[in-house]
Design a protein around this ligand. Structure first.
Ligand SMILES: [Zn+2]
Length: 325
């Protein structure tokens, strides 16, 4: 993928100011997304991730005074209970960003007009709910393509944060999809383009390929997620394994770039509100809720001791500042 090129030339001051930043981001994936990944029948009734899990996340951020970034799947805003919580998040100073309208894992493969329609719907839903246009985007399943990046730029987003530079994650996901493909209900997830998961330095301003050898710098910035030594620093690793999570946090803090701890509501939802069949296939849900919160709290305290938490929009603003790139 052409855009995975660091074109940055950083001034010392800017580097220092960015190195002091951390973001807490949460992708609002609902129960149905996990059930479709694991080839399980859809579930009826309330979504515990987007109600109890989201409440817990907002309370957690309030305790620490952290302004987070929420990537919202906007079709869920049709549910008043979920819309209410997203409104609460906006009122409490969190950034509301876009995670597509319907969270289709193959969105990166759609044609430009389909992607454009999807983004327009999603932007309108967020603007209608919180009165502000989103400026950040994260693709479903971290699957980015040049076509999707073109559409994100055209739709007026100022940053994209879809890249998870972790070949290990890509490999593990591919294995799960392959294993599911022989069952009755294959996974709805997509293997994705391995180039999008290659380690890279970021943040950077992606380039757009034009005719011939030339390329043009895009009018948005890319803020990749954090993956020290190619391992994802996300809820699954931080709350799923104390030892691995603690070491990844130590390595993340050594970075000279802004860092991003990416969570999902599943990480902060009590396991007894989740159906047994999903609990059985999710190792992270086998760690008791109280223990998951303890690990997360310990991680966030450690990060807060070394860096300042800001929403991604603040990182994008600084990266996009004159002289930054
Ligand atoms: Zn997602």
């Amino acid at each position: 993928m052409e855009s995975v090129v660091n074109v940055g030339r950083w001034t010392t001051n800017l580097m220092n100011s960015l190195a002091g930043l951390a973001s807490l981001t949460i992708d609002l994936d609902g129960v149905r997304h996990y059930r479709s990944i694991h080839g399980l029948e859809p579930q009826k009734g309330d979504d515990p991730f987007l109600t109890q899990g989201l409440d817990c996340f907002l309370d957690f951020c309030a305790d620490f005074g952290i302004p987070a970034t929420l990537f919202v799947v906007t079709e869920d805003l049709q549910n008043e209970a979920i819309a209410q919580r997203v409104r609460r998040a906006a009122n409490e100073g969190h950034e509301i960003a876009c995670h597509s309208h319907c969270h289709d894992y193959s969105m990166s493969r759609w044609n430009p007009s389909q992607i454009g329609d999807e983004l327009a719907r999603s932007i309108a839903a967020i603007e209608g709910l919180v009165g502000q246009r989103p400026i950040g985007f994260r693709a479903p399943g971290y699957n980015l393509s040049e076509t999707l990046l073109d559409a994100i730029e055209t739709a007026g987003f100022r940053y994209d944060s879809s890249l998870l530079p972790s070949p290990a994650y890509w490999g593990a996901r591919g294995l799960v999809i392959a294993l599911k493909s022989v069952g009755d209900r294959p996974s709805a997830s997509l293997v994705g383009n391995p180039k999008a998961f290659l380690p890279q330095r970021g943040p950077f301003r992606p380039k757009r390929k034009t005719k011939g050898w030339r390329s043009k710098t895009r009018n948005l910035v890319e803020l990749p997620m954090t993956a020290p030594m190619g391992l994802p620093w996300i809820g699954t690793t931080v709350v799923g394994s104390e030892h691995l999570g603690w070491n990844l946090t130590r390595l993340a803090l050594r970075s000279h770039k802004p860092i991003d701890l990416e969570l999902h509501p599943i990480d902060v939802t009590p396991e007894d509100s989740v159906d047994a069949d999903l609990r059985r296939v999710r190792r992270d849900l086998q760690v008791p809720f109280v223990e998951r919160i303890r690990r997360l709290r310990r991680t966030v305290e450690r990060v807060a001791g070394a860096r300042r938490f800001v929403p991604l929009t603040e990182v994008a603003r600084r990266v996009g500042a004159p002289g930054a790139l």
